[in-house]
Design a protein around this ligand. Sequence first.
Ligand SMILES: N=C(N)NCCCCNCCCN
Ligand SMILES: [Mn+2]
Ligand SMILES: [Mn+2]
Length: 286
Amino acid sequence: MEFLYTYKTLKLEFPLSEPEKAKFVILGIPFDGTTSFKPGARFGPTLIRHATLNLESYILDYDVDIAELPIADIGDIAVVAGDPRKTADRVRDTLEELKRINPDALPILLGGEHSQTLGAVEALRPASYVVFDAHLDLRDSYEDNPYNHACVARRIGELGVREAMFGIRSGTREEVVYAEENGIPWVHARDYDFDAFVELVKPLPEPVYLSVDVDVFDLSLVPSTGTPEAGGLGFWEVVEAMEWLVENKRIAGFDIMEVGGNELGDITALTAAKLLFHFMGAKGSL
Ligand SMILES: N=C(N)NCCCCNCCCN
Ligand SMILES: [Mn+2]
Ligand SMILES: [Mn+2]
């Protein structure tokens, strides 16, 4: 089928399924209209798809070949340049359309700015939002725009979605107070470990939306993300948390956001592509 707002550039190299029948449905969001520091997130989806060419489809960890899983790639959202709200409306509309034709599909977003996670949450209506991020993203408005990437967790919390945040090492005093007053738990990157993750996530209601803003990783793994911060998590720390979630919670949707770069083969996209394959491998092995 054709979606109203999507188009295709690169695709994954292995045989892909139709979105009507797929278990995993990949959607790119090449938006960087409110990026405040390093540009290039508009190339994120293309860079991630290209980086997958470097990876084996067989995942050692799970004895799963993701080329044998029903995966669809419905292309990229046609963005409204500079307008995060209108672009997120298209993300929401596209995922609503997808859920109508395939209610069992697990959407996977590749971004693109974190602002766009709001559209996915609006469409998929999870009970909880679990996020790996260097930043709290709890500002009420940033650079005069309430739909800026730095406000996305605030907007999602306002929908009544329970939140828990991991790998945090940047925010304003106002954001810390807001988290405290609104009972939003977060774990500093310095204090992060698997037990802290499980303790906070176990009681969360299902289904859960999992968002990975790749700036959660140490910046050596994601040098081209939009707002890089030193002192982040390692690759396997995030993979282990992801494995626990797919085994123990119903997942409404998953995203890998804030991938940027201007060059094929960028380290940032290689990190993101490996995470994508591990997510599908872990989920596909169940
Ligand atoms: N969620 C985010 N990515 N937030 C980062 C916002 C940019 C903070 N700039 C700080 C500039 C201080 N002079
Ligand atoms: Mn961030
Ligand atoms: Mn973020």
